[in-house]
Design a protein around this ligand. Structure first.
Ligand SMILES: [Zn+2]
Ligand SMILES: [Zn+2]
Length: 345
């Protein structure tokens, strides 16, 4: 089968021919219907080096996956050939207490091995994907797998954050979304579906702001200008934000979130740009919670898929053939993608 394989860190992935995976007992092979391209793939291709993580190439990229049940090993019940499913991409140890609760994103052994498919273990940018446990599969009904693939990370990650900050987003509150790309445009929809907050989106790219308005942002602010923080504050009618979701995570974006904070706000950094922020007792208004959030749990993925099946969240998808996957990453690096790029093998 054709697959997009990363052969070594700090190189471009290559299209290769690999044997079709064989399902062992209790395993399932999925015919891939869509594999989302994520910024974290770029981090792995460009910034990782041998020895930085306890896993490495070669492996097939792609941690956002959906498709159809293709073959099953022994001991699999209640899955039919051709059934459309989304794939939970995280790989915890499977036996610690968080893993037992489906929170493989918080696995206590999570730093010891490959964190997910497409990170040290073959992922979804291929014709077929091996899924080692049927509980990682979530039925998607009549949704199109290519539309669903981004929901397994770009949808699940903001969904988890929004559930955590939901008590702050009461009527009259303001939520600021920094970065209206793959995750941000889904965050705006989930905020609209689950809270009465006014949603304000910030991005440097006008086309991202246009998408933000299209999917439900009440106001947008173009970052760049010196007065971005003031424009954002004005958009909250001077009150400041109740919640800031930073999908970039660079030093300037964290500083921007801090600049529009009101006391008691949640500033959640989700983007993995690893920007620095200098903290002390007076660095932020009183009781501002500065925290990170990482991917999501299996039960939360079931909830995101349910939201999609109610037509309350839909990824804005640009489709690429496997042959054009490198082009999708080029466009991502240049900031020229609208929503999420999905590779359709
Ligand atoms: Zn991702
Ligand atoms: Zn675990």
């Amino acid at each position: 089968m054709r697959a997009l394989q990363l052969k070594s860190f700090q190189s471009d992935p290559e299209l290769v021919d690999l044997p079709e995976p064989e399902p062992g007992p209790g395993q399932v092979v999925i015919k891939v219907g869509g594999a989302g391209a994520c910024h974290s793939d770029l981090h792995v291709m460009r910034e990782f080096a041998e020895g930085m993580a306890p896993w490495g190439p070669p492996f097939v990229l792609g941690h956002e996956a959906a498709g159809w049940v293709h073959r099953t090993g022994g001991n699999i019940k209640n899955l039919e050939h051709g059934q459309p499913v989304a794939v939970y991409g995280l790989l915890g140890c499977g036996h610690c207490q968080p893993c037992a609760a489906g929170a493989e994103n918080l696995c206590v052994h999570g730093m010891e091995g490959p964190p997910g498919i497409g990170f040290g273990v073959d992922g979804a940018m291929a014709e077929y994907l091996l899924v080692t446990d049927p509980r990682r599969l979530v039925p998607i009904g009549d949704l199109d797998p290519a539309d669903v693939a981004p929901l397994t990370d770009a949808g699940l990650t903001p969904y988890r954050v929004i559930k955590k900050v939901q008590p702050k987003l009461t009527p009259g509150s303001h939520a600021v979304v920094i970065g209206a790309g793959g995750l941000g445009h889904l965050a705006i929809q989930i905020l609209s579906a689950m809270t009465p907050a006014t949603v304000i989106a910030v991005d440097v790219r006008e086309q991202a702001l246009a998408l933000a308005r299209q999917v439900g942002a009440s106001a947008t602010v173009q970052a760049n200008a010196d007065n971005t923080a003031q424009e954002l504050k004005d958009a909250t009618k001077g009150a400041g934000a109740d919640v800031v979701l930073d999908f970039v995570g660079s030093a300037p974006t964290i500083a921007l979130g801090a600049a529009v904070a009101k006391p008691g706000m949640d500033l959640v950094v989700i983007g993995a740009a690893a920007g620095q922020f200098t903290w002390n007792f007076y660095a932020l208004p009183y009781e501002v919670k500065l925290t990170t959030s990482f991917w999501g749990t299996l039960p939360e993925l079931h909830e995101v898929i349910a939201l999609a099946r109610q037509n309350k969240v839909k990824a804005h998808v640009q489709r690429f053939a496997l042959n054009d996957a490198l082009h999708a990453y080029e466009l991502m690096e240049k900031g020229q993608l609208d929503g999420r790029a999905v590779i359709v093998p």
